[in-house]
Design a protein. Structure first.
Lengths: 304, 343
């Protein structure tokens, strides 16, 4: 079952004295249940617009959306109690304490008051719960936003840039928290982020957006593999001769940073053999893969 | 971040809590009660009310003999001045017909009497009306800041993650606001009547209340009720306009432009529109029996009766007009809120 289904979603922002801005251009998206799903895209690619559409904050011009099997925004009220969300910077009343802010939300939804302290504990804010929100650092505000999203014990947790403003230690701890959440049965974390290294470490699946369309999606390993196969870095004393020999043998060779780059190599041992037969001996042969950042930049550059 | 302690059951799915109207209403009342600016405004209002009550109490007393002596003294001073004036006029050769008669010039001793007592029959209705108008001003600000702060801090958006039915959200917010305004308004009127009653008992008189046709206390309570209703209308208008423009301060600006500039301009340029101005209708609503306004007939020459006609605005008509204005503004702001993209 998909916890999020989006089909042909379109949204154009029309504003006075400015040209219309197409935020979503026929977006299709499927987020399967369980695990952590990464939602990637450059600024203006439509990530936040998609999330706002799913949460009923904006109206799409065309297309349809489902959350936990229910059409939204029409049936959003029937599933909202199972969906926790943090969109961009969390917003609370500045003169209320963290606990009061969460308490008011908990009261709105009939969440037991004890859950407020549990969530403050989870995000490490229990000691500062009585402090006013306006005195919190950006990182603390972000953590309070995550605590608010957790209040409902959600089946689906939608987080838009949850690591904004966090220090490296905070980013690591949020990463652990999200991994833990994603590991819970029947819980799905939908994570929109710019931190591609983070996403690669904690997400099982990803979707990459560019100009309002989904340009790649699937398991992280599939996305990496589909975009570009592994390549080999080869070093030897005589790069020119080595390159000539390998090219004659049918390899795709290019010279990069004082080494040879061989693409689409099915059998690395063949490289050693071909060079040795010509009396050339390599000093390095390293199989290298590409990372999510490279795929992301390739895909989004193509689209633009 | 140093103390994150992920729990193994952080997100264990449980039966999702159902959103109920009563919960949201209770949370909104709590939010209204906890807002600092609301607390400050209510505190200022009640401090002002008690201070005004104290001033009224201490500036009245029941020592009428002293006041009568002062009146007699003032009368005698006027008599002396009259005598001096007449002597001077005669010395200057003024004809007798130019000299004013003594009774017309200096009046009687009772004309100089200023009753130092708090006369409940005159002052209590004024106090109740004044409290109603003052609370209406505060209620308008509270209504504006209640929803304006939600937009300023974007907590409205956060709330919609919990209750996406926008009509319900805005309806219950308004209901919570009106409940709070009504309760505080009623408490203020009770306090004002209590202070007035106390002042009349200790430093004044209830003389004359039995002679009023239609009674005294029932119309007074009705007037207090109209004051509370006016505050509800003002709060709803402040709320609706702030929700429309998404800014608290803008409401104050709009109110200033309307009352200080637009109404006086309209009254000067288009006096025939006077029955449709808010201030006129507020006056009609709060005045027992309503008010009369002079409206031009269109004739530019002739007697005043020909150039102006008198239009009676009943209290009920004034109230209905104000209610209609508030209802239209609430409907427009709610309709826009329902359709608006929240980015």
């Amino acid at each position: 079952m998909s916890v999020i289904e989006v089909r042909g979603l379109e949204k154009v922002y029309r504003r006075l004295r400015r040209p219309p801005e197409r935020a979503l251009d026929g977006l299709d998206l499927d987020v399967p249940e369980g695990g952590v799903f990464g939602f990637l895209g450059p600024n203006g690619s439509g990530k936040t617009t998609t999330i706002r559409g799913l949460l009923g904050l904006i109206r799409a011009d065309a297309g349809e959306m489902k959350l936990l099997g229910r059409r939204v925004p029409d049936d959003l009220s029937r599933v909202v109690s199972s969906v926790g969300a943090l969109v961009e910077t969390p917003q609370f009343f500045p003169t209320f304490s963290g606990r009061v802010n969460l308490g008011l939300l908990a009261r709105t939804a009939g969440v037991p008051p004890g859950r407020v302290d549990e969530c403050l504990e989870i995000v490490g804010l229990r000691d500062r719960a009585r402090d006013k929100y306006k005195g919190y650092s950006l990182g603390m505000k972000q953590r309070l936003g995550i605590a608010a999203a957790l209040l409902k014990k959600p089946r689906l947790l939608i987080l838009d840039e949850p690591s904004n403003g966090l220090d490296p230690a905070g980013i690591r701890e949020v990463r652990e928290l999200l991994k833990n959440l994603g590991g819970q049965p029947d819980t799905t974390v939908f994570l929109s982020s710019h931190l591609l290294g983070e996403v690669q470490q904690i997400c099982d699946r990803v979707a990459i957006l560019a100009r309002g369309r989904c340009v790649a999606s699937g398991q992280v390993s599939e996305v990496l593999a589909s975009r570009s196969p592994s390549w080999l870095r080869v070093r030897l004393d005589d790069l020119a001769s080595g390159g000539e020999v390998l090219t004659r043998a049918g390899f795709t060779v290019s010279q990069v940073d004082g080494a040879l780059r061989l693409d689409n190599v099915a059998e690395p041992a063949a490289v050693t053999r071909v060079l040795a037969e010509q009396g050339l001996y390599l000093s390095e042969l390293t199989p290298l893969g590409i990372d999510l950042e490279t795929v992301f930049l390739d895909l989004t550059k193509e689209q633009s | 971040m140093t103390a994150v302690a992920p729990s193994p059951d952080i997100a264990r799915p449980t039966p999702a809590p159902q959103l109920r109207r009563g919960r949201l209403f209770g949370a909104e009342l709590e939010r209204l009660r906890r807002r600092r600016l609301v607390q400050v405004l209510v505190a200022i209002f009640f401090i002002g009310l008690v201070a005004a009550g104290a001033i009224i109490f201490f500036t009245h007393h029941t020592d009428t003999a002293k006041a009568q002596a002062a009146a007699q003294q003032a009368y005698e001073n006027e008599q002396r001045y009259y005598d001096e004036m007449v002597a001077q006029m005669r010395a200057e050769g003024a004809p007798p017909e130019e000299i004013p008669p003594r009774a017309k010039f200096a009046g009687r001793p009772e004309d100089y009497f200023q009753d130092p007592r708090y006369r409940a029959v005159d002052y209590l209705p004024q106090l109740v009306t004044g409290v109603g108008v003052a609370w209406a001003l505060f209620a308008c600000m509270i209504g504006a800041t209640f929803v304006g702060a939600e937009w300023a801090h974007k907590t409205m958006v956060a709330l919609l993650f919990w209750e996406p039915r926008r009509l319900r959200v805005i309806g219950l917010k308004l209901a919570a606001l009106l409940t709070g305004v009504a309760v505080i308004g009623a408490a203020a009127q009770i306090l004002a009547i209590g202070l007035g009653d106390l002042t009349a008992r200790w430093r004044g008189t209830f003389e004359g209340i039995d002679a009023i046709k239609g009674g005294f206390w029932a119309p007074l309570l009705a007037s207090a009720g109209r004051g509370v209703l006016l505050a509800l209308i003002a709060a709803a208008i402040g709320f609706a306009v702030a929700n429309l423009v998404r800014h608290t301060a803008a409401v104050l600006g709009i109110a200033f432009v309307y009352f200080a500039i637009l109404e006086s301009t309209v009254a000067g340029l288009r006096p025939a529109w006077q029955p449709y101005l808010l201030a006129t209708n507020i006056g009609a609503f709060l005045t027992r029996g309503g008010i009369d306004v002079q409206v031009p007939t269109g004739l530019v020459t002739g007697s005043p009766e020909a150039m102006f006609r008198q239009v009676h605005l009943s209290s009920a008509r004034g109230g209905l007009y104000l209610l209609a204005v508030a209802a239209v503004l609430v409907l427009i702001s709610t309709a826009l809120f329902r359709r608006r993209d929240l980015t």
